[in-house]
Design a binder for this molecule. Structure first.
Ligand code: AMP
Length: 512
């Protein structure tokens, strides 16, 4: 099996343009060139190849820094999967991920250190240890590189049963993604893409895979800068950005400020949005604000990477609402299945979107039960055995083959671009002593989820139900959930309304 085409493409750029910047952040002077990234990742790969427990992914804990990207590439060069874990995750969640993987080697590149019990790591290396390993400059054998079905990365995403689940993406899928989506990254001199999204979210891979393989400089915001819109805009003004990649929510936030305009980003010519619904109003605002920019709506779950794209023009905004998520990567097929019978539906009919083809992942790390529930074996149109992922998205294909998404069939929501299983939050609430039962519902405005509301039955019916009690629940949740998953509003009840079938009546609860 030939080794990773992505790594090959990256090495080709590094050999031809060693002095070009590969990655830089908003922290002044924090940058790495292609030549240095190649050399450092080779040296770290040699270390990882020798030191990592067999078959286990390397956990890379941190946020945005050149050493994070170096570590990802090093793992792939050593033939090992990497699992990024962001500093936004609280101790219990990080502990759960390390526990699920099974005592991995952990590269802790954070400023504040690993928040959980370090004995959950087989071995823990801080940034200085990683730098020392790189300084040894040991040789790396290209024959070690990941290839074919070897897992390239492991991304932990919100799981409905209260534990994150690790999506295993093999090397051949990364290559298939790259082969198709490089098109959205025009070639040219001094191309700079916005590596905005945290590494725990698959959208962050768009420019790592399709940009880094073509000589792009990836630009990221470090934590402090990210906290303030003024600092973000200041950094953007200095970045020379030509390609924007983010969720629609993030660009909506930027659009709220009139200075988010071509004067701030004079070289910007391409905007790629992914991860949640792109609303017509947002698209129109972007096209008004940045005339002449190529705007793309793209779609795909972590389990398949992005699989569709469409150029969003003013004509499209006027003729289609919702906007299509686009045409499929020709290596991937969407099958729309009837919600009741499971029959394949013709164009125009609405059902569940199933995806089959070159970028469908291997399933969930050490969770054959979840894998079996969400994936199924199938036969590809050429007769070869293949796999299908049942997305849980409701949608249809039109006569031209464009896919439209009409929302979820389950309890997964997108909140400010983050994927959240309501069951994950409910489970975290249910483990609190003060809570007997919990239902979490999304609050929406104009069809967009604005925040989560937790409806609770308290364990002690006489306990106070005031603002302070709600704050105490939120504070307790911070031990297990990242901030973006914590409900903004807490409502206490004596009993939940029930449907005629005796189930909790979520609709009635939402109206309370
Ligand atoms: P994630 O795994 O975090 O990338 O989330 C995947 C889910 O986000 C999909 O299954 C969809 O429900 C939703 N999604 C992603 N991109 C889009 C899009 N362009 N339009 C509508 N929904 C989207």
């Amino acid at each position: 099996m030939p080794s990773s085409k992505f790594l090959e493409a990256f090495e080709q750029v590094a050999a031809g343009h060693p002095d070009d910047t590969a990655y830089f952040t908003s922290r002044p002077g924090e940058a790495v060139s292609y030549g240095e990234l190649s050399r450092a990742s080779n040296a770290l790969a040699a270390f990882l190849h020798a030191e990592t427990p067999a078959e286990l992914p390397v956990v890379v804990y941190g946020h945005k820094s050149p050493l994070m990207l170096t570590s990802f590439l090093a793992a792939a060069k050593a033939g090992l999967p990497y699992a990024p874990v962001d500093v936004a995750y609280p101790a219990d969640r990080v502990a759960d991920i390390l526990d699920q993987i099974g005592r991995p080697l952990v590269l802790d590149l954070s400023d504040d250190g690993l928040p959980c019990d370090p004995s959950l790591a087989n071995r823990l290396l801080r940034a200085d240890d990683v730098r020392a390993a790189i300084a040894k400059d040991a040789p790396c054998d290209p024959a070690w590189r990941v290839s074919g079905d070897d897992v390239f990365y492991l991304l932990f995403t919100s799981g409905s049963t209260g534990r994150p689940k690790g999506v295993m993406m093999p090397s051949r899928c990364v290559d298939a993604f790259m082969a198709y989506f490089q098109r959205l990254f025009p070639k040219g001199e001094h191309r700079v893409s916005f590596n905005r999204v945290p590494y725990t979210f698959d959208v962050s891979l768009f420019d790592i895979i399709a940009g880094l393989s073509q000589g792009y400089a990836l630009f990221a915001l470090e934590t402090e800068c990210e906290q303030s819109m003024a600092a973000t805009f200041g950094a953007l003004a200095e970045s020379g950005l030509t390609e924007w990649v983010s969720t629609p929510s993030f660009i909506e936030m930027c659009l709220a400020d009139p200075s988010f305009a071509p004067e701030l980003l004079p070289s910007l010519d391409t905007i790629v949005l992914c991860g949640e619904v792109l609303r017509n109003g947002t698209a129109e605002k972007i096209l008004d604000r940045f005339p002449g920019v190529a705007l793309y709506n793209t779609y795909g779950p972590t389990e398949t990477q992005a699989v569709t794209d469409t150029l969003v023009t003013r004509e499209l905004c006027e003729s289609a609402n919702p906007l299509p998520v686009g045409f499929l990567n020709p290596e991937v097929r969407a099958v729309i299945r009837d919600l009741e019978t499971g029959e394949e539906l013709p164009a125009g009919e609405i059902g569940e979107v199933h995806l089959e083809g070159a970028t469908v992942s291997l399933g969930y790390w050490k969770r054959p039960d979840l894998t079996e529930a969400a994936f199924a074996p199938c036969v590809a149109p050429d007769g070869s055995p293949s796999r299908i992922y049942k997305t849980g998205d409701k949608g249809y294909l039109d006569a031209e083959g464009r896919l439209f998404c009409l929302g979820r069939l389950d309890f997964q929501v997108k909140l400010n671009g983050f994927r959240v299983e309501l069951g994950d939050v409910e489970q975290a609430l249910a483990t609190l002593d003060a809570v007997k039962e919990a239902v979490v519902l999304p609050a929406e405005r104009d069809g967009k989820v604005t925040h989560l509301v937790a409806h609770l039955l308290p364990s002690d019916p006489d306990a106070p139900r005031d603002f302070k009690a709600g704050q105490a629940v939120k504070a307790a949740l911070r031990h297990t959930l990242p901030d973006y998953m914590i409900p903004k509003k807490i409502v206490f009840h004596d009993a939940f309304p029930l449907t005629v079938n005796g189930k909790i009546d979520r609709k009635a609860l939402a109206a309370k």
